[in-house]
Design a protein around this ligand. Structure first.
Ligand code: ADP
Ligand code: MG
Length: 290
């Protein structure tokens, strides 16, 4: 029962690098109440620079970077890519065994016989490893903790930047009466600083992938029958939320095949402003139809 004219809108969108998988999704983009964004790789570049290397007593910086880069060898997470790139040296895949990614927390692997954990504090805590809280970590970035053979080996502090156009996109949505929400698995302090820079109306931090689904459902419960909630993500860990939203939007060339599969709309270019283009095309198409 979607007006035929929306099919024409799909063609217009695709010429702008916006793939819309059905006329109903274009129609839904004319009724947006809330846009929910993932943080890392969606509103931020997801290209982290190493700001500080802090090995625990008995470990060297070189060793810390090497085990971290090796443990992250198979992960497509932006943090993993950034750590591998900063390490810069070739890694031998043969020396990495029992690799496992713990979605939204980090990775574990056996490197040259050592059991290695790389990820957020809770990953190490759940393995019974104490993290010294004497450090003043500050709010400068995302902390990646490393454990080797059941012992705390230190941390890498990495920093990300806002994507070009992210702030303008949030402002434009807010100015047109659309509520913007940021969801992230990162720490509260990091999320707070990014949220302040962007001016989102609401944010929630320290979330596991399933918590993001729960938040999305809560936001969907607030909408009227003719209103839509859309989710925009880079696709890493995002597939469940992409599927649950009225319109799930995957962004950029970074996106995994699973995300492109799960999404209703794919923004081919890695630019938040393309979301505004998509909403504008939908609105324009509606005007032509009526
Ligand atoms: P976001 O919601 O910001 O996109 P994720 O849910 O993907 O973040 O991940 C949440 C947190 O889990 C990250 O901020 C990081 O601390 C940790 N993490 C996830 N994957 C990895 C990984 N491959 N290596 C290290 N840390 C990771
Ligand atoms: Mg993410």
């Amino acid at each position: 029962s979607v007006p035929l004219g929306y099919f024409g809108g799909i063609g217009g969108a695709s010429r702008q690098g916006i793939l819309v998988k059905g006329a109903n999704f274009l129609e839904a983009l004319t009724k947006v109440k809330t846009v929910v964004f993932d943080k890392t790789g969606t509103l931020t570049q997801g290209v982290f620079e190493v700001v500080k290397l802090s090995p625990a007593t008995g470990y060297s910086s070189e060793f810390l970077m090497e085990v971290a880069a090796a443990a992250e060898i198979h992960s497509s997470h932006p943090i993993a890519k950034s750590i591998r790139d900063s390490y810069g040296l070739p890694l031998e895949p043969g020396t990495i065994e029992d690799y496992q990614e713990i979605s939204g927390k980090g990775v574990q692997a056996k490197i040259k016989g050592y059991d290695v954990l790389v990820g957020k504090a809770v990953l190490l805590k759940e393995a019974g490893i104490q993290i010294p809280d004497t450090e003043n970590y500050g709010q400068a970035g995302t902390l990646v903790h490393i454990a080797v053979s059941g012992e705390y080996a230190g941390y890498i502090l990495i920093a990300d930047r806002l994507k070009l156009g992210a702030k303008e996109t949030i402002q434009a949505l807010e100015n047109s009466g659309i509520k913007t929400v940021m969801l992230t698995g990162d720490l509260q302090a990091v999320a707070q600083s990014v949220a302040d820079d962007l001016g989102v109306s609401e944010f929630h931090a320290d979330l596991m992938p399933q918590d993001k689904v729960a938040w999305l459902e809560r936001l969907m419960a607030e909408k009227g029958s003719n209103e839509k909630v859309i989710f925009v993500g880079d696709g890493i860990n995002d597939a469940p939320v992409l599927t649950r939203a009225d319109v799930g939007i995957a962004m950029g060339g970074l996106g995994s095949d699973a995300a492109i599969e799960a999404a209703d709309v794919v923004l081919m270019e890695d630019q938040p402003a393309k979301l505004l283009t998509a909403i504008n095309i939908a609105g324009f198409t509606k005007k032509i139809i009526w």
